[in-house]
Design a protein around this ligand. Structure first.
Ligand code: HH2
Length: 280
């Protein structure tokens, strides 16, 4: 059993699956772009996710959907900071989803407890920042970069290569002084991966769990669910997203990153009850 995931002032016990609710404060995210671009709408959506029993609110101000361009750091900070400030001091674990050390630094300063870096802490400024704070970290695997990552991604063995990458980055962080109990890893579904790669990562998730860090999985509404089901509209991929979340947890995922919090919490509760565990 894991000893938990330490994220700033919080220690997430991981004795049940943790639900990370997605809050995209962006004009262009693939499934909810523009819906929560105004701070007041973003705050209201975060409140609704917390009422639905999200454990973490993951705030992002830059879309990393395939083909997306980078936004200016000042713009990204301007989008996310008001939301982070609103919740960080209410006793809510807030995660900042960013590839940029300046953005992460501003948000941790404002009270964010987790840095979720889809580029996996490859940037030395991100490593230095991680070492100088006590935030929890999500180290995610991505092949390439968002603008081009879906152009013929290739692996000889996707699980082995993703595992090697995640272990290397986690070791680098530990060598820089980050306590192991602050680190979580994420195979990065859809980030430079075909549908078959994503399925293999989910099928063989126990191999990634065996690396010994809490595993985060973000399958919610992603393109591979559309490809498998023929559902083109991301917001209509709830049923497929729930199936992926349940299978991820069955495979040992500690945290699921989702758009639809209430539905995911309900599905996880039923699955846990069937498995003989009645605690929420
Ligand atoms: N996926 C997305 C963004 N951040 N972070 C982690 N740790 N894992 C993921 O799988 C992950 C992530 C992409 O999804 P979304 O935020 O909904 O879309 P966009 O990047 O278009 O804002």
């Amino acid at each position: 059993m894991s000893s938990g995931w330490r994220c700033g002032a919080f220690k997430l016990l991981l004795d049940r699956p943790i639900v990370m609710g997605i809050l995209n404060v962006t004009p262009d995210s693939f499934s909810d772009g523009g819906l929560f671009a105004e701070s007041s709408d973003a705050v209201a959506h975060a409140r609704a996710m917390l009422e639905a029993r999200a454990d973490i609110v993951d705030v992002g101000g830059e879309s990393t959907r395939p083909g997306s361009d980078q936004v200016r750091v000042e713009d990204e900070i301007g989008r996310v900071l008001p939301v982070v400030e609103e919740f960080a001091h209410e006793g809510v674990p807030v995660s900042i989803d960013t590839r940029h050390a300046e953005v992460a630094a501003a948000c941790v300063e404002a009270g964010a407890s987790i840095i979720n870096d889809v580029s996996g802490f490859g940037d030395s400024a991100m490593i230095d920042l991680a070492a100088s704070t006590d935030a929890g970290l999500v180290v995610m695997h991505m092949q390439g970069e968002p603008r081009t990552m879906q152009v013929e991604p290739h692996y000889d063995d996707v699980v082995a290569e993703v595992s090697t990458f995640l272990l290397q980055r986690a070791s680098q962080l530990e060598a820089a002084g980050v306590a192991r109990e602050r680190i979580a890893i994420d195979p990065g579904l859809g980030f430079g991966k075909t549908t078959e790669h994503n399925l293999e990562l989910l099928r063989r998730l126990p191999e990634i769990v065996a690396l010994g860090y809490p595993v985060v999985v973000g399958a919610s509404r992603k393109r591979f669910i559309g490809e498998l089901t023929g559902v083109a509209e991301p917001r209509e991929r709830l049923a497929g997203s729930l199936a992926a979340a349940l299978m991820a947890v069955a495979g040992g995922a500690a945290v699921v990153r989702v758009h639809d919090v209430a539905e995911t919490v309900q599905a996880l509760r039923v699955a846990r009850a069937i498995a003989g565990n009645t605690q929420s």
